[in-house]
Each structure stands twice: as C-alpha cells, then as structure tokens.
Design a protein around this ligand. Sequence first.
Ligand code: C2E
Ligand code: CA
Ligand code: CA
Length: 285
Amino acid sequence: MRKAEAELLASFEQALAAGQLHMAYQPKVAVKDGSLVRVEALVRWDDPMLGAVEPARFVPLAEQHGLIDDLTQWGLRRILGQWLKWRDEGIDTCIAFNISALSLQSLDFPDLVERMCRALEVPTDRLVLELTEGATQPLIKLMDTLTRFRIKGIGLAIDDFGTGYSSLMQLRQLPFTEVKIDQSFVADIERSRDCRLIIQSITELAHGLGLTATAEGVETMHQLRLVRELGCDVVQGYLISPPLEPRALKGWKAKFRRAWPAMIAEEKLALWGDIESDALSEGQV
Ligand code: C2E
Ligand code: CA
Ligand code: CA
C-alpha cells in the first residue's frame, strides 16, 4: 500500500470509529406525478484535515482492507434511525442504501438486516438495497442471499446498469425490483441516438420483467423530458435535487411539489428526429 493510501485508510478508520461520517439523502421522484418515491442514502466524510473525501475514494479502500462490514452496519443503523425521525415528522418514504457485494457474502446478512429493522420497528419494505456488479464479485453468486432479502420484503436495485459487468441475463435470473440506468446514458441522451435507444430498451426490458426503471443523473429539463418520453418510471439527479441533509427534506418536498408542473409542461418531443437541433436551440449542448 502506498503511504498516501495508508494515511487515508488510517484517517477513515478513525472517522468511522469516532462517528465523523454522515449521510446525505438524494430524492428520487415518480415521473408520472413528481411525488417522492424514495431517497438514496449517500455516505459523506468531511475530514477536519483532508476536507470532503469522496466515497469513490474511501469505499473501495474500506472494501480492500476489511472495513466494509463496519461501514455497512454503521450506515444501516444510521438510515433506519433517520427513517424513524422522518416518520415522526410525517414523511413516510423508502430509503435506498448502497451496499457492497462484499457485505452480502455472508448468508446471515439478510437476517441481521431484518433484526435491525425489527428492533427499531422499521417495516422491511421501506428499505431498498442498491447493488453494483464488480469484476471480483459477480452478483449471480449471491442468488441465495438476494432471494432471502426479497422474501423478507426488502427491495433490490441493480445500480449503474448497462455498463461494466452488469448483464441482461442477471435481470432475468436475480430477484431485482428496480433497474437504475447508468448516468452516462442520461448524460449523452441529447447528443446520442444510441443512448436514447439503450435507455428505451432497458426500460422496456425492465417493464417486461415487472421491474421499475430509474434514470440517474438527470441534470436538465430536457433530459427529464426525454427520459419521460422513453418510459422511465423514476428520476434522480441534480435537477430534481442534490443530495440533502436530512433536515432539508421536508422543505424540499414542499418546494418541489410547486416546481414540478413547470418542469414537465412541454409539448411532446421529437425523439428520433431532429433532436440535436432541439438541444442546441435550448443551449444545452
Ligand atoms: P452511486 O450509487 O451510483 O451514486 C450516485 C452518485 O452520483 C452519487 O455520488 C451522487 O451524489 C451523484 N449524483 C447524483 N445526481 C447526480 C447528477 O445529476 N449528476 C452527476 N454527475 N452526479 C450525480 P457520490 O455520493 O459521490 O457516490 C459515489 C458512489 O459511492 C455511489 O455511486 C456508490 O456506489 C458509492 N457509495 C455512496 N454511499 C455509499 C455507502 O453508504 N455505501 C457504499 N458501499 N457505497 C456508497
Ligand atoms: Ca446507488
Ligand atoms: Ca448509480
């Protein structure tokens, strides 16, 4: 391990033990009416010396050096506690939680999650686990564990779908409830006919298998309207909201309800025609 990496790891271990991590929550809304369907919990680490460290830097480090189960369990406790606080404020939403495939390797893990939910009286169907396929952690090997989660009523989303190692076969074989289309397709949706075709195909496939199709990384109104036309059910991204501190969710919800009609009030888009020039005239490419 390089010196810089070893130092980062030591600081992370300290931050985890000292309770210096926190969660931000990014809203995901239904395309049909803009209602809040769930929030995705995203871990945050603001170190006094290092500043904000991105999860893309410290999550892989935690995976490689035996700290991922501690991070997962800390995260679960945190989000279940947060769910209770929101419920007391009158917000009954679902929480999506990113989970490393490494944490799923123990067959007992679904029981542990269920016990944690039961101890706090959080219904298991308010929890969705988001999983990403990795080179060394094929999801198909986790079939039994994933099935156990579904039996307990916990939702399962396949994250970053369409890139990396995720495959169509897994959608059919594994008990997912949601497909999250990778942000890269949404980022290029205006420029690339191929991306539009990929989003449409994944969405149709998801619907054929009874799954929800979510578009991630929606940043502009134009992208929102396009993913809507292509049939996506749920949207998430900076246009809807950046990840929020928990106390900001209630205010966001009220504000977003008022903003939504204007976001989608637009005539039908020419999806396969002269879309590039549409985007140009909106100044978005
Ligand atoms: P992800 O699960 O794909 O999360 C989406 C990432 O996209 C988040 O980055 C989010 O802040 C960012 N994002 C949201 N909306 C937009 C948008 O409109 N445009 C763009 N360009 N980006 C957007 P973040 O928070 O840095 O997380 C990065 C990754 O770290 C996550 O990717 C997830 O794989 C992992 N991660 C985050 N929190 C946890 C955690 O608690 N546990 C584990 N195991 N992994 C986590
Ligand atoms: Ca995710
Ligand atoms: Ca993702």
